[in-house]
Design a protein around this ligand. Structure first.
Ligand code: BGC
Length: 940
């Protein structure tokens, strides 16, 4: 079994053995002798707490001198040790021995780390010393839990980076220590005590490695800093709140990083690609100088490093120890989040603790407008100001003249440190300066508000007011966590039996939500979400066919915003149709603000940037118009929102149907759609691509049916549309002729569909020659060369089967799967392929084949299997994972009454659970081994 963790660190008392009881008896004896009141309940507060602190709690404020304190602690320890001598291997708690065996067999390193100095003796008496790879106790470190030191020390003893270890604890202080060390935690005991842990269990009885490991399936971490992987890490550690997203770059920056904050709707002109989302000023900027040296991840002296994105809480954390010079050591913790509860607020916190020596510290907390989109500058400065009550900046895009404003408030806590206004051109902010003696901490909170001219008349005033009125970091974090908890409650998916898949799905859904417009219906999700410069923020069919179903079936209000974006973009689609000499509306292949086509016509060649390649997708990849209508229709089917269909839905459907009617070429009785690109972009300028033809036919038929529906249910709207779009009887009759006559390349005996005219006549690839390749077939065969071969970039006929599955019998499914799957570039073609193949394999009852495809999609971003994750999250692959799970593994179909399921789980998945929203109702779906389904309609 592949695990997410490499080491497990167990606390001792109450986890491995119940010495907690002996501690209680020993304290109780002392208390009784001294006439102190001490109950079992008082003892609860002593779990995981040092001896000295325990005594303080026992005394409940009663003063005693140091000498007496020492004597009492020694006495308690004496009693305790007398009890300890009774310990034997029989005192191992239930489940521990089996679990230790399993961990050892799986190659997981095991340690015990306990605050108790008696831990070595206890471990010996329990007879488990030989089964541990490390043992640490209170005497191993100075700072006790909740400080992370004991666990960090233990991880070092194991030779593992902290973020690869998991802690099992029964005390709140221990869980806090694990988290501070960058480790996920399993809490044993009642949720009131250990509820902060990622996984809460009553005890270890019956607990298996897979269950412990699942506690790590909420975080994406960077266990060690690797310069060469930074672009990838920046992408997967991106955070967002539906208004903007910020890549996981470092606060102090790194040479060559791709720092970015992309805000929905902030488009500005660029050469070649027409328009792109302008990289907004950097709200995360924090520079630290200690004893004259600047913190820099590449400098020597950094240890105990961990960085992780906690998906459950939407929080990015980094912790490390930095020695700016010999004899001085600083513990540094960064935390930040863009608030999901209030999309205009961005919060960060920095803590610097001097562990050794002393340090003169300077921190600069700024808003940095010296940002770029990979060499392109977008901003003119409007105003800036740094004053005690806030640092403010307003900038405007150079060509589209959109104003964006930020205001930052900095609160510092630490003796002698005070935030002073500090103004540099383009970087308003604060400076804090002071000296940090050993054992002291500087805490700093930076709260930033952001508005732009799309959402406020006076963005600067709005930002200033919001920053000034914002609550503290801790309060904002609480609200933010609640908002994420609500999201996971509604939209989360649980996979048991496969923690890698579980983590990948959570990450995918986190990233989709991070980019999804909560309130704004004039923006939508680009092919790389808001997480990178790839495709410049442009919106593709990825959105409608791969991303939208997740929202449609879990968060319809968000889905509606994204569909309304297309409604507003109809103007551009009309212009495109008319510029191409067609009627109606033709959506652009790549879309941005206006809905006009923004696909670049020429781009540099992948092998030789001096050579240009003509990109034809913007001219002839026309299936997008049907894809958009399909997504709108699916939304209507799922939500039953007739008002949407009668209004924006039918308008888009019918205007684009008019386009198809004029685009189809009459050839005698038949109709053709020539010179197109289908989903498989390895072949361009093809005729009668079957995905396109079938989708166009579906589109026209749905348009006729919907017009009937509209006439019956909303006659006045139907009349208005018929009039405006000239939906004359003649035009409708023409649509019927196109539906009947559109060329179908399907063999009626075998069911095999020819992807486009002439595909079967292309050359066969000698696949053996390409075994072990690490590049796409297009790179290997050349752009022109590839067009001569039977090789697919991604699902094309298979995609058609997935979307219009009901039209095809099993024979057709099988014949096309057998033909097309072996000739598809699954590894290095499009990232849109794998999830769709997983979905299709499930339809054919092949869960294990489906699983292989599914994991290829699951790893697209987290493992960067294509090497291009640095450009941004693969949105379609992320959405495709949800589709594969729900339409594939769970086999969901919707009927007017309720969703129905035909599951097909891989053998090792023991549970798949999720919720579905349909027609105002919510369903909890539980699928367990043996493909058993439990479906429950939830009360609102
Ligand atoms: C794929 C398209 C996709 C685009 C954006 C291309 O490589 O072939 O299907 O829409 O990327 O993700």
């Amino acid at each position: 079994m592949k695990t997410l963790i490499k080491g497990v660190i167990f606390d001792l008392d109450g986890v491995i053995t119940d010495t907690a009881e002996y501690h209680f008896l020993a304290w109780k004896q002392l208390a009784d002798e001294e006439g102190l009141d001490f109950t079992r309940q008082d003892n609860e507060a002593l779990r995981g707490v040092s001896r000295r602190e325990s005594l303080a709690r026992l005394l409940k404020g009663r003063p005693i001198d140091e000498e007496t304190a020492q004597a009492w602690m020694a006495r308690k320890n004496g009693y305790y040790r007398r009890f300890l001598s009774r310990i034997s291997p029989a005192d191992l708690l239930p489940g521990v021995s089996d679990l230790l065996d399993e961990l050892q067999q799986a190659g997981i390193l095991v340690a015990v780390a306990s605050a108790s100095r008696n831990a070595p003796e206890v471990v010996d008496r329990l007879g488990i010393r030989g089964r541990l790879n490390a043992l640490a106790h209170g005497g191993s470190v100075q700072r006790q839990k909740p400080a992370p030191d004991l666990f960090l020390y233990t991880a070092e003893q194991l030779g593992l980076p902290p973020a690869t270890c998991l802690v099992v604890e029964d005390a709140a202080a221990g869980i806090a220590a694990a988290h501070a060390a960058g480790m996920p935690a399993v809490g044993l005991g009642p949720p009131e005590r250990v509820g902060a842990a990622e996984l809460v269990l009553p005890d270890l009885a019956g607990c298996r490695l897979a269950s412990l490991d699942s506690a790590a399936a909420w975080r994406v971490s960077e266990p060690v800093f690797e310069m060469e992987r930074q672009h990838h890490r920046e992408t997967i550690l991106t955070q967002g709140n539906g208004y903007l997203s910020t890549r996981g770059t470092f606060e102090e920056r790194l040479p060559g990083d791709r720092q970015s904050t992309l805000v929905h709707g902030i488009w500005d002109d660029v050469p070649i690609a027409f328009t792109e989302l302008a990289n907004a000023p950097d709200w995360t900027a924090l520079a630290i100088v200690a004893n004259g040296r600047r913190l820099d991840m590449q400098a020597p002296g950094i240890s105990r490093y961990a960085r992780w994105l906690d998906l459950r809480r939407g929080l990015l954390q980094r912790r490390m120890v930095w020695e700016p010079e010999p004899g001085c050591s600083l513990e540094i913790v960064f935390e930040r989040f863009p608030s999901l509860a209030d999309e205009h607020l961005l919060a960060s916190r920095l803590e610097i603790t001097c562990l050794d020596g002393s340090a003169d510290i300077t921190v600069l907390a700024q808003i940095d407008s010296h940002v770029e989109n990979q060499g392109i500058l977008h901003w003119d400065r409007v105003s800036q100001r740094s004053r005690a009550d806030g640092a403010q900046l307003a900038v405007t895009t150079r060509r589209s003249r959109k104003v964006l404003a930020m205001s930052t408030r900095v609160d510092g806590e630490g003796e002698g440190f005070r935030p002073d206004p500090y103004d540099c051109p383009g970087c308003p902010g604060f400076r804090l300066e002071g000296s940090l003696p050993q054992g002291s901490t500087l805490r700093l909170e930076k709260i930033t508000a952001v508005y732009n001219s799309r959402d406020a008349d006076d963005p600067l005033a709005a930002a200033c007011e919001a920053a000034a009125g914002a609550a503290s970091f801790a309060t904002l974090l609480k609200k933010h966590e609640n908002a994420w908890a609500e999201f996971w409650e509604e939209a989360g998916v649980i996979i048991e039996g496969d923690n890698e898949a579980q983590l990948a799905v959570r990450h995918a859904l986190y990233q989709l939500r991070a980019a999804a417009p909560t309130r704004d219906e004039r923006v939508s999700i680009g092919a790389k979400t808001l997480s990178g410069f790839g495709y410049r923020g442009h919106i593709f069919w990825d959105n409608e066919i791969f991303v939208l179903p997740f929202f449609t079936f879990t968060q319809p209000a968000i889905a509606r915003n994204m569909l309304m974006y297309r409604r507003h973009a109809l103007h551009g689609a009309r212009r495109k149709a008319s510029a191409n000499g067609f009627e109606g509306a033709q959506y652009p292949w790549e879309s941005a603000e206006s809905g006009d086509e923004v696909t670049p016509t020429w781009v540099p060649h992948f092998d030789n940037p001096k050579k240009l390649v003509r990109i034809w997708t913007g001219d002839i990849q026309i299936h997008i118009s049907a894809d958009i209508a399909y997504a709108m229709h699916q939304y209507w089917q799922a939500t039953g929102e007739d008002e949407f269909w009668a209004g924006p839905g039918c308008r888009v459907l019918l205007e684009t149907a008019v386009f198809w009617g004029s685009r189809a070429e009459s050839e005698g009785e038949r109709f053709a759609i020539r010179d197109v690109i289908g989903p498989d972009e390895y072949h361009d300028h093809v005729d009668n691509n079957q995905f396109t033809n079938f989708m166009a036919r579906w589109h026209l038929q749905t348009a006729l049916d919907s017009l009937d529906w509209l006439e019956e249910n909303h006659p006045e709207r139907a009349l208005a549309l018929v009039d405006e779009l000239d939906l004359s009887p003649g035009r409708l009759a023409h649509w019927r002729r196109v539906i009947d006559g559109l060329i179908v390349l399907r063999d009626s005996d075998s069911g095999l569909i020819e992807q486009f005219e002439g595909f079967f006549g292309l050359k066969d690839v000698e696949w053996e020659r390409y075994a072990g390749r690490t590049r796409s077939m297009q790179e290997l065969l050349g752009i022109e060369g590839c067009t001569e071969y039977k090789v697919l970039k991604q699902a094309d006929v298979i995609a058609l089967l997935c979307l219009l599955g009901d039209q095809f019998d099993e024979k057709t499914w099988r014949a096309n799967w057998d033909y097309y799957v072996p000739i598809t570039d699954h590894e290095y073609g499009s990232s849109l392929g794998p999830a769709m193949h997983a979905w299709a394999a499930c339809k054919l009852g092949m869960p294990e084949a489906a699983y292989d495809h599914f994991m290829r999609a699951a790893r697209a971003d987290l493992l960067d299997v294509r090497g291009n994750a640095g450009d941004g999250i693969h949105a379609a692959s992320a959405g495709g994972l949800w589709e594969a799970l729900v339409f594939g593994f769970a086999g969901m179909r919707i009927t007017p009454q309720e969703p129905v399921f035909k599951p097909c789980l891989p053998a090792h998945w023991t549970r798949l659970a999720f919720k579905i929203a349909q027609r105002g109702a919510r369903w909890q779906i539980e699928i367990s081994s043996g493909d058993k389904v439990k479906k429950e309609r939830l009360q609102k």
